[in-house]
Unconditional design. Structure first.
Length: 146
C-alpha cells in the first residue's frame, strides 16, 4: 500500500471540488434543504476514507475535463494536506448533520456547515486551503520537536 504522504492529487480538482461543494451547500442553506447535509457528509467521508482520488468531487472534475476536452494542465500536490482539510470538513459536516437529525438544533445546525462553506469558498476562489496550512504547520511543529 502506498504511503498517504506520498500520494499526489491534482490541485485543480481539489479547488474545483471545494468550489462545487461550497456552491451546493450555500444553495442548500438558502433553500433550507437540510437533506443535503448528510449527502455532502457522505461525499466528504468517501474522500477521507478511500482517498481524494475517489472523491465524487474529484471524479466530477475529471469527467468534466475529459468531456469538454479542457486543456488544464495537472498541478500535482501531495494528498496528505488536502486530505486532512477534508477530514476537518467532514467533522464539521457531521456535527451539522447531527445537529439537524439528532440534537434538535434546528437552523443552528447550519453554523458548522456554513463554516465549511466559507473555507471551501476561500479555497475555490483563491486557492488558499486553511486546513492544508494547518496540516503543514502541525507537521513542521512535530518535525522540529522530534
Amino acid at each position: 500500500m502506498t504511503d498517504v504522504s506520498q500520494r499526489m492529487i491534482d490541485r485543480n480538482g481539489h479547488r474545483f471540488g471545494a468550489a462545487l461543494s461550497a456552491a451546493g451547500l450555500l444553495i442548500a442553506y438558502i433553500a433550507d434543504w437540510r437533506p443535503v447535509a448528510p449527502v455532502m457528509t457522505a461525499v466528504f467521508a468517501i474522500g477521507v476514507i478511500f482517498g481524494l482520488r475517489y472523491s465524487p468531487m474529484g471524479a466530477t472534475y475529471r469527467a468534466l475535463k475529459k468531456t469538454f476536452k479542457l486543456n488544464v494542465p495537472v498541478s500535482p500536490e501531495e494528498e496528505a494536506p488536502p486530505r486532512f482539510a477534508q477530514t476537518m470538513g467532514l467533522i464539521f459536516m457531521a456535527i451539522g448533520t447531527l445537529g439537524f437529525y439528532s440534537l434538535g438544533w434546528g437552523a443552528g445546525a447550519w453554523i458548522p456547515i456554513l463554516m465549511v462553506v466559507a473555507l471551501q469558498a476561500l479555497l475555490g476562489v483563491t486557492g488558499i486551503c486553511v486546513g492544508c496550512e494547518m496540516y503543514l504547520i502541525g507537521k513542521r511543529m512535530t518535525t522540529k520537536a522530534g
